[in-house]
Design a protein around this ligand. Structure first.
Ligand SMILES: C[S@@+](CC[C@H](N)C(=O)[O-])C[C@H]1O[C@@H](n2cnc3c(N)ncnc32)[C@H](O)[C@@H]1O
Length: 258
């Protein structure tokens, strides 16, 4: 692989075709169900790392308004096309900065989300903490933050040594993964082949994510001023274990008098 491009350039164009939209489509009903069980009905969502906009579309179906941010122009283009019908805007912003136009801040958000291991792209706990505290500045007391993260077993047992390929709709992807335990850094080198008549056009990109321990994630949440209300196996209400591959964190911004 020579000169791979950064994450979500070539791959982003085919994100939904390759099934990238399925996670958010499953996550939104799950998290809305969990919030409703606690008597919470969010009205206005800020989706961090909104990607191709699937979660925002699903939130609109649940009656929410709001907006998203992401650093990938290609993802934002997909999201804008998808979201024009529901009138939710998305903005370019690179976490830990959350740059929004002033008009978006006139009404505070009451739900912040970051789905599909987006926060694992942040290279250290400092940037996770800063992201969460930036998010907290934009919400009302009592608001919720829900995010999922890949946990260590995913990188150690799945990414390391991964060699996987798939062909869908004239697009072939080949993934090769490895994990460096000392840096707790997982890398997937993706080769993307698009059929052009009788030939294939190849583009490469590299995805780098970082593994964090559950205790570290909890500490970053707490240091940013949020309270962790639940830390579960994603899509369940089961407690996390050392074997958990993906955790979901339901956190709340404390109300003033708490
Ligand atoms: C796995 S995708 C998830 C997209 C979407 N949340 C979903 O559920 O389909 C990860 C997203 O995080 C975005 N991302 C990664 N690092 C980022 C950063 N530092 N700032 C903003 N967006 C980032 C990528 O551009 C990409 O759209």
């Amino acid at each position: 692989m020579t000169n791979p491009r950064r994450e979500y350039t070539a791959f982003a164009q085919h994100y939904d075709t390759l099934g990238g939209d399925r996670f958010a489509a499953r996550m939104v009903p799950y998290l809305m169900r969990q919030l409703r069980r606690r008597g919470v009905t969010p009205r206005r969502v800020l989706d961090l790392c909104c990607g191709s906009g699937t979660a925002l579309t699903a939130f609109a179906e649940h009656g929410l308004t709001g907006c998203g941010v992401d650093r990938s122009p290609t993802m934002l283009k997909l999201a804008r096309a998808k979201l024009s019908a529901v009138g939710m805007p998305v903005y370019r912003s690179t976490l830990p900065l959350i740059t929004l136009p002033k008009r978006e801040l006139l009404k505070p958000f009451d739900l912040v989300t970051a789905m599909f291991d987006s926060l694992n792209y942040l290279p250290n706990l400092g940037s996770i903490g800063r992201t969460l505290s930036e998010a907290r500045k934009r919400v009302a007391p009592g608001s919720w933050l829900v995010f999922d993260m890949n946990l260590l077993p995913v990188y150690r047992d799945y990414w390391d040594g991964l060699h996987w390929s798939r062909e869908v709709d004239n697009i072939m992807t080949v993934w090769r993964g490895h994990y460096e335990p000392r840096q707790r850094r997982g890398t997937i080198d993706m080769a993307l082949f698009e059929r052009r008549g009788r030939s294939w056009r190849r583009r490469d990109e590299r995805h780098v994510q970082y593994a964090y321990r559950v205790g570290e994630i909890r500490s970053a949440v707490t240091a940013a001023g949020w309270r962790v209300r639940h830390a579960w196996e994603c899509f369940t209400t089961s407690a996390l274990s050392p074997r958990s591959e993906r955790g979901v964190f339901f956190c709340q911004n404390p109300t003033r008098n708490r």
